[in-house]
Design a binder for this molecule. Sequence first.
Ligand SMILES: Nc1ncnc2c1ncn2[C@@H]1O[C@H](COP(=O)(O)OP(=O)(O)OP(=O)(O)O)[C@@H](O)[C@H]1O
Length: 299
Amino acid sequence: MELSIQSVTKTYKRGQTRALDDFSAVLTPGVYGFLGPNGAGKSTLMNIITGNLRPDSGSILWDGTDTRKMGANFRDLIGYMPQQQGLYDDFTAKRFLWYMAALKKIPRRQAAQRITELLSMVGLTDDASKKLGAYSGGMKQRILIAQALLNDPSLLILDEPTAGLDPKERIRIRNFISKIAQDKIVLFATHVVSDVEYIAKEIILIKRGKLLLKEEPAQILRRMETLVCEVHLPKEDVSDFVKTHKVSNIFGDKDGMTVRFLNDPSCPVSDAIFAKPMLEDVYLSYFSDETQTDGFSFS
Ligand SMILES: Nc1ncnc2c1ncn2[C@@H]1O[C@H](COP(=O)(O)OP(=O)(O)OP(=O)(O)O)[C@@H](O)[C@H]1O
């Protein structure tokens, strides 16, 4: 099972934005954490893979065949959870899944069994007859994941499945996705690193439409072993330090503040010690020009 994204480029005519720039990657079963800041091109790529959007150039291959040539045969392999959620508030969860199963042309008997199974898998059996308008954010996300799984897809595309959820729901959804990913290619787009840190086989970083990195989390962290440092500073020095360094965390205690920052070997900080890097630090190192690290006051 292999999805090959080959030199995909897309420019939106309106605004002349190059949303994807010669993007290539090969995906095999497992979870891919697809990370990048707002506007990086994640949704555009997902829409191109699903066939909702045409690239200017490049192609998507499934096991070596161009997905445009496969047509409905490829669409039958996909489960897609889009970011914009047009949920039918007056539908019950069960009716919504039946409706989606009909759109996907799943035979009735198969759909009945699958809907019962999926409601149980996402923990919504007891709420199946409730209207979606009365669902919490987490319940809505879970029913949307359930609809993406109706056809038992080989390729599951999730665009920000944990957006707007509290930490407990995030963990629940993350664990669920990890459990079902064994025999699927799962593309999990997010800008929250902790969503995918522990479940991703590989991390894909995208910035302004270009692929920056595609690598196993453990390998990335090994490569970044001397990336992160911590230093203990008096509280009044922190504001200036933040202006001149890429700071990922600040922790206060009664003697001052411990500041976690990205190490710049050309500008050593006295008394700093190496800290164990985390993917969030890696994210900051690639996207610090797009993340807000200044503007805080610590004095
Ligand atoms: N329909 C459109 N018309 C014009 N420009 C667009 C359109 N859709 C997206 N863009 C632009 O293309 C770029 C990539 O957008 P895209 O939605 O793919 O990014 P994203 O990584 O999914 O961001 P987010 O995390 O905010 O959803 C952005 O600059 C965006 O403004």
